[in-house]
Design a binder for this molecule. Structure first.
Ligand code: AFP
Length: 333
């Protein structure tokens, strides 16, 4: 593993940008500190009284886990004090979170899913934090309006995720490729372990909750059939892997190639995953690594969110595998 720390890496990237003020580096450094605090609690799940639900239900209608609430609190508290953010959007909060006027503020907007895959915590399976960084239009002052936040993913200035797994990893992009860092717990630093990550052009794994087959439309069923059936041109059938934590399923897809799919179904007619805090940040990461992300027909990064918690179908991964899905959806009209 290289000895380059994530801070050194950020400073090097900052030097390449002539107009950099250091605010973005500050933001990422505070995000990294939050991730370390969350990682510490996640790694002690089972020892501390952090397992199980709080008994409450979030804006998405899902049971809130204790660690979910803790991760959300850490991020909101820390990032509000970074001095460079004006507003935040969390998967756990119905409304936009405004940074108090009593605190120093900047132009950045942070959208996050504090603990993705949290229903897996009690069984000790990987979870993660997904983040998307947006910027206010230059010169706009005063309270942040929701319309300013509802930007298409292609306006993100940075995006990534922290994976709390056998080791804690930070994967992010600022639009100059994707880099991965692994937390060395003995020194408490994220060290560069995966430089300039590239997703294979084509994979051998498809990832989907196939239990939803009866509630999918014909196009989604055809996509899964395509990856299951043996083909002549490509090596098929693909293997199937599904963790049920998007960060974990995405991370495997990024490293090994293949495709992750969450199609719309009869219950989730617009898909289950959240556009702003899940699909868009991962779409930026995958595109920067040479892959693709679509909702079946349209590029995820071009979609304009209608609301903070808009949902979207997601097909993400190796470019040729995503192209195969796009071709099937086009045929279905
Ligand atoms: P939780 O955070 O409630 O566990 O939801 C996880 C998630 O949003 C995403 O991480 C998974 O890919 C997806 O849901 C799994 O959904 P299914 O359980 O419907 O397959």
């Amino acid at each position: 593993m290289s000895e380059v720390t994530v801070t050194e890496h950020l400073l090097m990237e900052e030097r390449l940008s002539p107009h950099a003020t250091g605010q973005f580096t500050t933001l990422l450094n505070d995000l990294i500190l939050s991730a370390k605090i969350i990682a510490r609690s996640v790694s002690k799940a089972g020892l501390l009284d952090v397992l199980g639900g709080t008994g409450e239900v979030n804006i998405q209608g899902e049971n809130i886990q204790k660690l979910d609430e803790f991760a959300n609190h850490v991020l909101i508290y820390r990032m509000a004090r970074s001095g460079v953010i004006c507003a935040m959007g969390s998967e756990e909060n119905a409304d936009l979170i405004h940074v108090s006027e009593d605190l120093p503020r900047g132009d950045y907007i942070l959208i996050f899913d504090p603990l993705d895959g949290s229903s897996n915590i009690d069984v000790n399976i990987n979870v993660g934090t997904i983040f998307s960084i947006l910027r206010r239009k230059q010169g706009v002052k005063g309270p942040v309006m929701l319309e300013e936040v509802l930007q298409p993913g292609m306006h993100q200035v940075g995006a990534g995720y922290v994976l709390y797994g056998p080791s804690t990893m930070l994967i992010f992009t600022t639009g100059h490729g994707v880099h991965g860092f692994t937390l060395d717990p003995s020194v408490g630093e994220f060290l560069l372990s995966h430089k300039d990550m590239r997703i294979p052009e084509e994979g051998k794994i498809y990832s989907v909750n196939e239990g939803n087959w009866p509630v999918w439309d014909r196009a989604a069923q055809e996509c899964v059939t395509y990856f299951k059936n043996s083909g002549t041109e490509r090596q098929r059938p693909y293997s199937m892997r599904y963790v049920g934590s998007l960060v974990a399923d995405f991370h495997r897809t990024l490293l090994y190639g293949g495709i992750f799919m969450y199609p719309p179904d009869k219950k989730n007619t617009h898909g289950k995953l959240r556009l702003m805090c899940e699909a868009s940040p991962l779409a930026m990461v995958v595109e920067q690594a040479g892959g693709k992300a679509i909702d079946g027909r349209r590029r995820i990064l071009e979609l304009l969110p209608e609301k903070l918690h808009a949902r979207v179908p997601l097909f993400i991964g190796s470019s040729r595998d995503v192209d195969a899905v796009a071709e099937i959806y086009t045929r279905h009209g």
